[in-house]
Design a protein around this ligand. Structure first.
Ligand code: FAD
Length: 285
């Protein structure tokens, strides 16, 4: 079923994002995570691609693993990196034949190991090129990424939104945001999108703020602000990881409750394939 139809029928709910495992141990962990989170009857689940050195093949295998679990609407991520039109058609044929109806279409980040990497040298240079191709192929509901604080490479919020509109006009059906820790950025993004006449559902992407050192590192490469007071409290607990985790979980619960109170009742969780913290948060909200 298309996620756009699921979202039309459900004004509340939760979605989970996983990453593909690279080993048997990782596979077992993923299956355990999915089983643990299935009880929340997710609207859909998505499987990342390319991030952390994973490949299209690993994403496909992991997406099929999720399908085998049964009862889950699976959205594999696709990125532009090293993807020819022929290879993309093959991937789409494969997904369609297995019963997958949804794709998250992304440009991807430049590979760290390649100097002066330029996406303009790729067959698909931007997410909107992927969206257009997949739309023309037909069959799939398409999700894209949007950025409450602007994408790290964008020269301004306005320009970033203009490009986001381009991929939505090309056929994207829903969007998921980059992580954010100050909800006002999300509310402002929704306002700006509305003013531009963009009406697709935009699910907030939630990353539990449990390990401040890791999140700080991640935030610096994707332009996400960590509120100063939150950073100070969590950093002061660096030597007490359990207390830091508890404070981080409390923060994320508050963040989610504020979103729900303000009408964002469908949340997309970046699970990092770790169910325990996600369960605690969902049970609290
Ligand atoms: P685009 O929309 O193509 O934008 C990329 C940059 O180019 C932006 O700065 C944009 O403003 C600019 N731009 C867009 N169109 C044009 C144009 N026509 N002309 C000039 N400039 C333009 N990465 C992975 O590798 N794998 C994943 O599975 C993955 N999953 C993600 C899931 C979510 C929910 C999010 C928010 C991000 C995810 N990412 C993933 C990260 C994402 O790939 C990076 O942020 C990437 O740098 C941009 O991807 P995009 O699809 O937003 O690109």
């Amino acid at each position: 079923m298309k996620i756009s139809d699921i979202l039309k029928q459900n004004d509340k709910g939760i979605a989970f994002e996983f990453f593909p495992p690279k080993s048997d141990k990782g596979r077992a962990a993923l299956i355990g995570t999915v089983k643990a989170l299935k009880e929340f009857k997710p609207l859909y689940v998505s499987m990342t691609c390319g991030a952390g050195g994973t490949t299209q093949r690993l994403t496909q295998d992991a997406a099929y693993l999720l399908l085998e679990e049964g009862g889950l609407e699976v959205a594999p991520h696709l990125t532009c990196l090293d993807l020819s039109p022929e290879a993309l058609r093959d991937v789409l044929d494969n997904y369609k034949s297995k019963g997958i109806d949804n794709i998250m279409a992304l440009r991807g980040d430049p590979p760290e190991a390649v100097n002066n990497f330029n996406f303009l040298d790729q067959s698909f240079s931007y997410a909107y090129n992927l969206v257009r191709f997949i739309k023309e192929y037909g069959h799939f509901c398409i999700g894209v990424a949007v950025y409450p604080e602007g994408h790290i490479e964008a020269s301004s919020l306005d320009q970033d939104l203009e490009y986001a509109k381009q991929k939505i006009d090309a056929g994207a059906d829903f969007a998921v945001t980059q992580m954010f820790f100050d909800n006002t950025y999300y509310y402002k993004l929704l306002d700006r999108m509305k003013k531009k006449g963009i009406n697709i559902p935009v699910l907030p992407g939630i990353l539990p703020l449990t390990d401040i050192a890791k999140v700080k590192q991640f935030s610096s490469i994707c332009r996400t602000t960590i509120p100063k007071n939150v950073e100070e409290v969590l950093s002061s607990l660096a030597q007490r990881p359990q207390d830091q985790e508890k404070a981080g979980v409390d923060f994320t619960i508050k963040q989610c409750k504020d979103l729900v109170k303000n009408g964002a009742q469908r949340l997309h969780f970046f699970t990092l394939n770790k169910p325990r913290i996600i369960k605690t948060i969902i049970e609290a909200i």
